[in-house]
Design a protein around this ligand. Structure first.
Ligand code: PEP
Ligand code: MN
Length: 278
């Protein structure tokens, strides 16, 4: 098979890449949970959510300050004000933060505030942006393009690695198919395939891939069983009033239930992995 990616490949680096973010290790033995609202809406919303998800066991807080919306008339995010709220919440609650950067012109600013830079599905092949985040010192979470093959995905990771930033986390967030009962189709097979082809950590986003709150828990369990290193889940304190993605957001109580239900599964899968059964 022709392989155009090199730095991202298992041939280049045999051992798994483990990325350290504060006390959290992504790509190691622990299943890392990233949780929080789709968008930062207000200080109260973010603080309360952060407090709740951390208490339930989340390791990292998510929240968009720059939102890539399909319509220009939809809420676009609070911009720098959102970044300031994220940084304030990190200090208060003591939890690392991840947030999306959409534009090369904002990379320096977002880098100043965030612990992890997120590249969204729509920008997976924005090569100028990939190169720009490749020049930063911060870990980058790269989401799979909704119409990208696994090869395209790994080649985009290659752009970041090629600039010298070795801390790339991959995120399977669903691809477009003809199915209309879900927002996208979660490609679970990408997890074992990527683990074979690459040393980079791979996590799953069951919120954006399904677009349905009722599917978040079963798809998180499926991702754990498939060997993912973590998940990113949207949580909103008042989802009926959410400025974006309320339909796929869990309440803090749903999130706590999910965290409790997945613990035995995580334990079981770890045992199987250490016995090399899967
Ligand atoms: C997000 O995680 O906030 C987001 C916009 O996701 P995606 O880029 O996968 O649509
Ligand atoms: Mn969202």
């Amino acid at each position: 098979m022709v392989q155009d990616f090199k730095l991202a490949s298992r041939d280049y680096k045999k051992e798994d890449t483990i990325i350290q973010v504060g006390d959290v290790e992504i790509g190691g033995n622990d299943f890392v949970m990233i949780a929080g609202p789709c968008a930062v809406e207000s200080e109260a919303q973010l603080m309360t959510t952060a407090y709740e998800v951390k208490n339930s066991g989340a390791n990292i807080l998510r929240g968009g300050a720059y939102k890539p919306r399909t319509s220009p008339h939809s809420f676009q995010g609070l911009g720098e004000e959102g970044l300031i709220l994220l940084a304030k919440t990190r200090e208060e609650i003591n939890i690392p933060i991840i947030t999306e950067v959409m534009d090369t012109r904002d990379v320096k600013l977002v880098e100043k505030y965030a612990d992890i830079l997120q590249i969204g599905t729509r920008n997976m092949q924005n090569f100028s942006l990939l190169k720009e985040v490749g020049c930063t010192q911060k870990p980058v979470l790269l989401k799979r393009g909704m119409m990208a093959t696994i090869y395209d995905f790994l080649l985009s990771a290659e752009y970041i690695l090629n600039e010298g930033n070795e801390n790339v986390i991959l995120c399977e967030r669903g691809i477009r198919t003809f199915e209309s009962l879900t927002r996208n189709t979660l490609d679970l097979s990408a997890i074992p395939i990527i683990k074979k082809l690459s040393h980079l950590p791979i996590i799953v986003d069951p919120s954006h891939s399904t677009g349905r709150r009722d599917l978040v828990k079963p798809m998180t369990k499926a991702a754990i069983a498939a060997g993912a290193h973590g998940a990113m889940i949207e949580v909103h304190i008042e989802r009926d009033k959410a400025l974006c993605d309320g339909n796929q957001s869990l309440t803090p109580q749903d999130f706590l239930n999910l965290m409790q239900e997945i613990q035995p599964l995580i334990k079981f899968i770890k045992t199987q992995q250490s016995l090399q059964i899967i």
